[in-house]
Design a protein around this ligand. Structure first.
Ligand code: 4UW
Length: 574
């Protein structure tokens, strides 16, 4: 085998819990290596600020309530779900649960109750910490699970916006819904110290993000304390130098996705950098916040850059403090990068790799445009051409192969799903990313293609993240439509918007009624409208619904998506 190692010196892997790693007292008035009074999170809209010391205190208070409130009484290893858009309350909820030795499963804040139900059930969550707007969805979900009304209400904690805890204690932040609230829970007491995870305990799961992997149905990715503490130390070594006194990050990507959860909630805390929290992407607010808070760095996804590169707000605001934009989660076009005035560099990773495995350092961002950079310390990589048979074949230098990775930040596996885990982690611990990569002579990696079928959709301009749309899920919904006999979904790429759109090919149940182009168009738009009542916004069939005679399938019954993609290409060209 041709095994590539990282060019960086190895770091020593921590053997303490994530909470201890981030929040232990390291000196007089110092938490986690930086001044306790230093801001940790700032609410962009109001300027309300939570210091490192206050965050620790609030976390230990929530940890106390989750463990001791008579209605909750959670014990170590229990799972709590966080269902909220970005707000100051999010880090309090996350680190509160973690301080009490609990696992957190983070749910997409746009989920419908049907989508939420799968994750709630599969993760075995016992309590849902939910933003006020999400309460009806949470209630509906718990009711659908068969819980009685009083049981439903006992499982819910309303998060509010967290502002009350950032200085303004007189503001009541949540309506009275007859439910437990974060504000109330934070007043009950404080854990004397966080739950300890030492030595082998650090392999216990702390985070359960849901990722669709290759098969469509979202799976719980078991991320351990050690997965996260090692990735934090690995990234810190390679990340451009940050100055805790000066640098400020703007956090706009959703915290529920692994990219936001680790790189915006954990990493800046570990590096002593405050994060200004913006609830959702909007180009005007984004630029105004950079100017107002003298932001020096932000994490983005490629479609954000597309919006910024043609938006007047960029000229109207003083963005001179901004030094670096980090892009990730999807391919970044070189032309787009060369257009920008600040450094745009990229990272690569997956939910399953906690997430960052590659980073392009700012020094190389000009000469290696388009590269995801070098392999982070402590990681090994292979590029496998044929990973199916007994005799694995590794790609020659400079040739494409499926990227396999090994190291301390690879997930433990998928929750409740050994089959899927075995499919992607080999007996000798290699994780198969499903992405096709190339490594150049100097050790820089490039992602050229994706083996997997997931559609990565970016809803411009309001939601910044590239969301995963699993075709298999949309297909199964389409097949419940009485007038549809068969269906297949693929992503069609729109270069201008830097996003894929989900497109469905459908076979009508009564094809004789759908023959003229007008009938086909009408049938397609009826289906596209119908799907809007069934799934979250980001899964709408924005790439269109096309009537087709038969869905191409392999002998084994697998949809031949490649053929559909070819078809789509021809259709787009005409
Ligand atoms: N170029 C091309 C990229 C890239 C990419 C990811 O939703 P998930 O599971 O996870 C993510 C994680 C993104 C991320 C992690 C760490 C990091 O530092 C960073 O940038 C600063 C971003 O999106 O989807 C994983 C899939 O997303 C694709 C790839 O197909 C991968 O399997 N992907 N990053 N730079 N494609």
């Amino acid at each position: 085998a041709r095994i590539y190692t990282s060019p960086y010196p190895p770091i020593s892997v921590a053997s303490e819990s994530l909470f201890t790693h981030l929040f232990s007292v390291t000196g007089p008035n110092e938490i986690g290596g930086y001044p306790a009074a230093h801001p940790a999170f700032i609410d962009a809209a109001t300027g309300a600020t939570v210091s490192r010391a206050l965050l620790k205190h609030l976390a230990l208070s929530l940890g106390y309530a989750l463990r001791n409130h008579p209605q909750l009484k959670l014990t170590r290893g229990d799972t709590v779900m966080i269902f909220s858009p970005n707000s100051l309350a999010f880090p309090i909820a996350l680190f509160g649960a973690i301080s009490g030795g609990l696992r957190c499963t983070l749910a997409n804040s746009a989920y419908t109750s049907r989508e939420l139900e799968h994750q709630y059930k599969d993760s075995g969550a016992k309590v849902i910490l939910v933003a006020e707007d999400g309460v009806p969805v949470a209630r509906e979900m718990l009711k659908d699970l068969g819980l009685a009304k009083n049981e439903v209400d006992q499982r819910i904690v309303v998060l509010g916006n967290g502002l009350q805890w950032a200085g303004n204690r007189s503001t009541k932040t949540t309506a009275d819904l007859g439910l437990l609230t974060l504000d109330e829970l934070l007043t009950l007491g404080t854990l004397p110290s966080e739950e300890r995870f030492d030595g082998a305990d650090t392999h216990e799961t702390v985070l359960l993000c849901y990722s669709s992997g290759t098969t469509g149905k979202p799976k719980g990715v078991m991320t351990s304390h050690q997965n996260i503490t090692s990735v934090l130390d690995m990234v810190k070594l390679v990340f451009p130098p940050l100055d805790p006194g000066k640098d400020v990050m703007l956090g706009v990507l959703p915290f529920y996705h692994i990219y936001g959860a680790v790189k915006l909630l954990n990493f800046p805390l570990a590096a002593g950098i405050p994060v200004v929290i913006q609830t959702k992407f909007d180009p005007v607010a984004f630029c105004e916040n950079i100017a107002r808070y003298r932001v020096t760095a932000s994490l983005i996804v490629p479609p954000i850059l597309v919006v910024l590169s043609r938006h007047p707000a960029v000229e109207k605001n003083d963005l001179s403090t901004l030094k670096i934009l980090f892009s990730g989660a999807a391919p970044l076009g070189a032309a787009l990068v060369k257009d920008q005035e600040c450094f745009v560099t990229q990272g690569y990773g997956l939910t399953e790799t906690s997430p960052t495995t590659h980073l392009l350092s700012t020094a190389d961002s000009d000469s290696k445009v388009g590269s995801i950079g070098l392999l982070l310390p402590n990681l090994e990589a292979r590029l496998v051409v044929d990973g199916e048979g007994d005799g694995l074949i590794d790609a020659e230098d400079g040739q494409p192969g499926e990227l396999w990775l090994r190291g301390p930040s690879i997930m433990k596996g998928y929750l409740n799903n050994n089959v899927a885990t075995k499919d992607c982690i080999t007996h000798d611990k290699w994780f198969k990313t499903g992405d096709i990569g190339i490594r150049d002579k100097e050790g820089y990696y490039y992602i050229v293609d994706r083996r997997k079928e997931l559609i990565k959709y970016k809803q411009c301009p309001n939601l910044p993240v590239l969301k995963q749309v699993p075709p298999a899920e949309l297909e199964s919904v389409l097949l419940t439509h009485p007038d549809i006999a068969d269906a297949a979904v693929i992503g069609v790429y729109d270069e201008g918007e830097a996003t894929e759109y989900p497109r469905a090919y459908v076979v009508p149940a009564s094809p004789e009624k759908v023959t003229t182009p007008d009938q086909k168009r009408a049938f397609g738009s009826d289906v596209a409208n119908w799907i809007k009542t069934k799934v979250a916004q980001h899964k709408f069939l924005r790439g269109g619904v096309i009537v087709i005679d038969v869905i191409p399938k392999s002998a084994a019954g697998k949809i031949l998506r490649r053929e559909l993609r070819e078809l789509a290409k021809v259709e787009m060209e005409n």
